[in-house]
Design a protein around this ligand. Structure first.
Ligand code: FRU
Length: 451
């Protein structure tokens, strides 16, 4: 969480001088979206974070009202460099007038100065291709060449565009890398993973905001050839949006994302802050799909371990685990019928958040109908698709942190959501199965606070 106020997308994560730096879309003036700055924090382990001064503020004198999302690289002279989208009002509005700007940082990444040659790129670069909602640069280097992707809407369709440069200053538009249905794509990421390329984007398509990934190859004409398309996390606008990724010191591809506060709905009880980030996740390839796991560094927060071995469950199983900041790992031996895990549960069941796993229809469903006694919070169910199960074996890995739930199933299906349990005693964990469910192991830990 930021020290206070509004936060959205993670921006420009980078590993440098043995430290992780993370920037984020930030409004220092309130808990609503507006006057977007770049907030800044750093960490040695991606678990404990120190807040740092704001990195970028809008240059109002240049009609810049917002510093939208972007990325951080180290240039060929070793200087930290931010690319971001500069947005203003009037002709500089985000639909038709966004520009790509650059800022250079001191070696500690604390102080940033915008480059005198800004804008580095304007919409003219596309010639006849009509691009709107152009934003969110993601830059990387391959051999001696710098590449950038940006996203938006190309002739009315959500798209990602690709560019090339030898010096990060002069850019050449190469092609529309990929394009979809009507709407807008945001926050593109494009990177090599083993022998494939992965494309990530956050779509704004007729109320479907679920972040997508594609795995495939890059063709000679700079078009992306997709071989598999999946959903990175089923949370959507309610729980998971605008992720970005980076390579860390161990060559791991790490993914970070924003968990919005949308599900708070009309409930105004929590004032003064909005938005959190997910636990960092490690991406790898498995059978041409993304394998997604929480960073192992999270282990340092574990305390009070409970472990239950082989167990047959029929009806209610009270695990005895209690907490609102928890890590839970369930491995089933055999599951053929639907079963569920209940979290943030009050002893009388007045409040509970229920995670159903249904092997029959291969679905995971997060039932939030009783998640919160606060009126106005969203209570709709969130659904995801389960794949990759072998004979009813599910590896379910869950993190709770007072108002979050992050679910990983078989390292492949992710579902992140916000819930707002009101009662102090909403902290039981139960398992329920109508028919016999064979549990291989259940492990649980309370998580110590990082503050
Ligand atoms: C995604 C997004 C980005 C944009 C930023 C503005 O949540 O809309 O496309 O750069 O937020 O805050």
């Amino acid at each position: 969480m930021p020290p206070a106020n509004w936060m959205n997308d993670p921006n420009g994560p980078i590993y440098i001088n043995d430290e992780y730096h993370l920037f984020y879309q930030y409004n220092p003036n309130g808990d609503n979206w507006g006057s977007i700055h770049w907030g800044h924090a750093k960490s040695r382990d991606m678990v404990y974070w120190d807040h740092l001064p704001i990195a970028l503020a809008p240059s109002l004198e240049k009609n810049e009202q917002h510093c939208f999302s972007g990325c951080t690289v180290v240039d060929d002279n070793g200087e930290p460099t931010i690319f971001y989208t500069s947005v203003g009002v009037g002709e500089r509005n985000h639909t038709i007038g966004s520009e790509q700007w650059m800022a250079k940082g001191t070696s500690d990444l604390i102080t940033w100065s915008k480059h005198r040659d800004n804008p580095i790129m304007t919409l003219d670069i596309h010639g006849d291709v009509q691009v709107r909602e152009w934003r969110d640069p993601f830059v990387w280097k391959e051999a001696d060449t710098w590449y950038m992707v940006l996203s938006g809407s190309c002739q009315g369709h959500g798209c990602v565009l690709i560019y090339r440069s030898s010096d990060l200053m002069q850019w050449e538009f190469l092609n529309i890398l990929d394009q979809g249905k009507e709407g807008v794509w945001e926050c593109p990421n494009f990177f090599a993973l083993e022998d494939k390329y992965v494309l990530l984007y956050s779509p704004d398509l007729e109320n479907d905001y679920r972040v997508r990934y594609k795995i495939g190859t890059l063709q000679d004409n700079f078009r992306f050839q997709s071989e598999f398309e999946g959903i990175l996390d089923y949370g959507g606008r309610e729980g998971y949006y605008a992720p970005t990724s980076f390579l860390d010191g161990q060559e791991r591809r790490i993914l970070l994302s924003w968990m919005p506060e949308t599900a708070r709905g009309d409930f105004k009880g929590i004032k003064g802050w909005s938005g959190v980030h997910t636990i960092p996740r490690v991406l790898s390839l498995r059978n041409n799909r993304l394998n997604i796991e929480p960073i192992p560094e999270m282990n340092i927060l574990r305390e009070n371990e409970r472990s239950i071995g082989f167990q047959a469950v029929e009806g209610v199983f009270d695990t005895g685990v209690k907490g609102k900041a928890l890590e839970v790992k369930l491995i089933t031996e055999q599951a053929e019928e639907p079963f569920c895990m209940k979290f943030y549960r009050s002893p009388d069941g007045e409040e509970e958040t229920v995670l159903w796993i249904d092997p029959k229809v291969e679905k995971v469903i997060l039932d939030r109908s009783k998640s919160s006694l606060y009126s106005g919070t969203h209570s709709s169910a969130i659904e995801g698709k389960l794949t990759n199960t072998t004979q009813g074996q599910y590896r379910v890995h869950i993190f709770l942190d007072y108002s979050t739930i992050e679910v990983f199933i078989n390292e492949e299906t992710c579902l992140s959501a916000r819930v707002y349990p009101k009662r102090e005693d909403s902290m039981d964990v139960q398992i329920y199965s109508e028919t016999k469910l064979l549990i291989h192991t259940l492990q649980a830990w309370n998580l110590i606070s990082i503050s």
